[in-house]
Write a new protein. Structure first.
Length: 349
């Protein structure tokens, strides 16, 4: 994380053009604000941006599933309408047969008046079978109509949900962009000396946090990865140097959970898309039990995630303006760790 704020300032103008709406001019920074206060402000703004990004990602995932559900229901509804058309055709055919064969006499009266009772019984059997077929056709027609109506209601509800999610998705995108604009505006007010001082203070904080973990015995000892964990680490390390871009999952750029989810996807173990989903649904483990491939989750609301690679370090897509890289495990306030797979470890190099 050290030195990254200087690079952020240099790229602020390009980022604003590529991602954001034009940013209005801002006043000069308050000379009374300390470096610590500036760092606190920046960290808070980055955290809010990442919170908004994870919310956006979660809605995007729901929207993808909802679109698939709408498509599935539309297909079922089309098939149900074809089946209904077939049932109505069968019902019409039987109605015409009944009309054409009608004699005005019931089957029992015909049996009593028949000169050949045995033949009449045979005819009665046929008539009975036709009646049962008509009953089955009517029952099938009724059931198909009910299914068609139920599917139509479900499809309308699913489409309404999709439209609601799409509207949320757009608002959350705008929220992320607004928060990024706030970061850019603050960076634009800082002098090179302020940026250097902020970067130095930030690095000292990370170093101290890492030392506290080691003193408390929370840093893991040397462990080997599981086969899938080794594949996930190799994928993540192959992405080094690619830019952070909110809402992306590669292959050209990543956000934090986009990197971890894609790494495990390529390792053959799909995991939730968002850091909050990964924290909620994967198996939690103590930090001291970490092995390469496990995930470290940060902040009380689980809005950032990185992948452990060994030696007390993680690979991560840190934040806007900073490329995928390797950094100390304590780069951010640690919430805990999760393991995507439970396979036994093996030495994967």
């Amino acid at each position: 994380m050290s030195g990254t704020l200087l690079r952020l300032a240099c790229t602020a103008a390009m980022a604003a053009q590529a991602v954001l709406a034009p940013v209005p001019a801002v006043a000069a920074p308050d000379p009374q604000r300390s470096v610590a206060q500036l760092l606190t402000d920046l960290q808070q703004m980055y955290r809010q941006t990442e919170q908004a990004t994870e919310t956006y990602n979660a809605t995007a995932e729901k929207l993808t599933r909802q679109r698939a559900e709408v498509s599935r229901l539309d297909g079922e509804l089309a098939r149900s309408r074809l089946a209904l058309q077939g049932s109505r055709t069968d019902a019409g055919r039987l109605a015409r047969q009944q009309y054409q064969n009608a004699t005005g006499l019931g089957p029992y009266v015909r049996l009593l008046l028949a000169s050949d009772p045995e033949r009449a019984l045979d005819e009665g059997h046929v008539i009975g079978e036709l009646a049962r077929e008509r009953a089955r056709t009517v029952s099938r027609l009724t059931a198909t109509e009910k299914r068609r109506d139920a599917l139509a209601r479900a499809a309308r509800t699913a489409l309404d949900t999709q439209l609601t999610l799409a509207d949320q998705h757009k608002k959350q995108r705008d929220d992320v962009q607004a928060k990024l604009a706030g970061v850019e505006r603050l960076l634009a007010t800082l002098t090179p000396d302020q940026l250097a001082a902020i970067a130095g203070l930030e690095q000292r904080g990370v170093t101290a946090a890492q030392q506290r973990l080691g003193t408390a015995g929370a840093l893991p000892t040397s462990r080997t990865a599981s086969p899938a964990g080794g594949r996930a680490v190799r994928y993540a390390m192959d992405q080094l140097g690619k830019p952070y871009q909110w809402g992306t999952q590669g292959p050209d750029s990543y956000d934090c959970s986009g990197l971890t989810s894609q790494a495990w996807e390529h390792a053959g173990t799909p995991i939730p898309r968002t850091s909050q989903g990964q924290w909620e649904r994967l198996t939690r483990i103590p930090l001291s039990a970490l092995r390469p491939g496990d995930l470290v989750v940060y902040f009380p609301d689980a809005t950032h995630v990185a992948m452990y690679v060994g030696d007390g370090k993680v690979v991560q897509a840190p934040r806007p303006g900073v490329a995928v890289g390797v950094s100390p495990l304590a780069s951010y306030p640690v919430l805990g760790a999760v393991r995507p797979d439970q396979a036994p470890a093996t030495d994967v190099r």
